[in-house]
Design a protein around this ligand. Structure first.
Ligand code: NAD
Length: 270
């Protein structure tokens, strides 16, 4: 495998895209640890992967990130790649109709996970990463990191902010640590909303027209599954394949940035 002998920590690795990345990294020969706030998701996964280190905790807590890093280092002897991935959605909450106090708390809640969670994860992982000969960091972004309408203002701003984290960290940590991102498009996962918006139990899987919406928005006309995104994470974590790659984001969204105006794809008659 491409990641033989390497150690990765994946936040939000007990479901969806994070879980798919964990499974792919294990298949590529890596040893993996997970930090996830869902005891239920951890319990559902742990039995299938006995050597997987799973820590229950909240990415917005520095102490919980430190605990996860310590568990990864203790079990696997070091850390080569930190993957910030845990995130929550705003379910398109519109500024015009969301009450001001709700908007304020949704900002605090979503930025605490999607932005502060990535920053504190890096801070906690950095001492261990600097012990590695070829360390890397990969963040899960979104089409919402570049384009409107992939969420509401708060989610979109949080993913744009994570691009800023990548650029600044890629600069500050160079030349020792490579820092990059993967930006999935709409993907069939159990992604939850903010509890401040009343969406803690809302799942993308329950949005009936979500697959059709996703298919219509990308030129490749695909409905993305979590596993579809794992290749770019392997690439970016692999020193052999991405030695010169830092500060970039790989879009894994069926080509949303080349979507046509009148129709999504120009070659449907080919
Ligand atoms: P998911 O809900 O299936 O997985 C997210 C995991 O993160 C869950 O196991 C959850 O328990 C965990 N988590 C949530 N908040 C946490 C916290 N505070 N601390 C620790 N763990 C926490 O959802 P997913 O779609 O796989 O989301 C993963 C990432 O992908 C997120 O950053 C999301 O914004 C991004 N993303 C998703 C889509 C999509 O359409 N599903 C599209 C683009 C980007």
């Amino acid at each position: 495998g491409w990641l033989e002998g390497r150690v990765a920590l994946v936040t939000g690795g007990a479901s969806g895209i994070g879980r798919a990345v964990v499974e792919r990294f294990l298949a590529e020969g890596a040893r993996v640890a997970v930090l996830d706030s869902s005891g239920k998701n951890i319990a559902a996964m742990q039995g299938h992967f006995p050597d997987l280190v799973m820590v229950e905790g909240d990415v917005s807590s520095f102490e919980d990130n430190e605990r996860a890093v310590a568990a990864a280092v203790e079990a696997h002897g070091g850390l080569d790649t930190f993957i910030g991935n845990a995130g929550i959605f705003d379910y398109f909450a519109p500024v015009a109709t969301t009450p001001g106090a709700t908007l304020a708390s949704s900002f605090d809640e979503i930025f605490a996970v999607n932005v502060k969670g990535y920053l504190l994860g890096v801070k906690a992982a950095l001492p261990a990463l600097l012990e590695s000969t070829s360390p890397s960091i990969v963040f899960t972004l979104s089409n919402g990191a570049f384009l409107p309408a992939g969420g509401g203002t708060v989610y979109t701003a949080s993913k744009h902010a994570a691009v800023g984290l990548i650029r600044q960290l890629a600069y500050e940590l160079a030349p020792r640590v490579r820092v990059n991102g993967v930006a999935p498009g709409g993907t069939l996962t159990d992604l939850r909303g903010a509890s401040s918006l009343g969406h803690a139990e809302t799942s993308l899987l329950d949005v009936p027209d979500f697959p059709d919406l996703v298919r219509a928005t990308n030129p490749l006309g695909i409905v993305q599954q979590a596993a579809d995104h794992t290749g770019p994470y392997v690439l970016l974590a692999s020193p052999e394949n991405a030695a010169a790659v830092t500060g970039v984001v790989i879009n894994s969204d069926g080509g949303m940035q080349v979507r046509g105006l009148a129709q999504a794809a120009g070659g449907t008659d080919l």
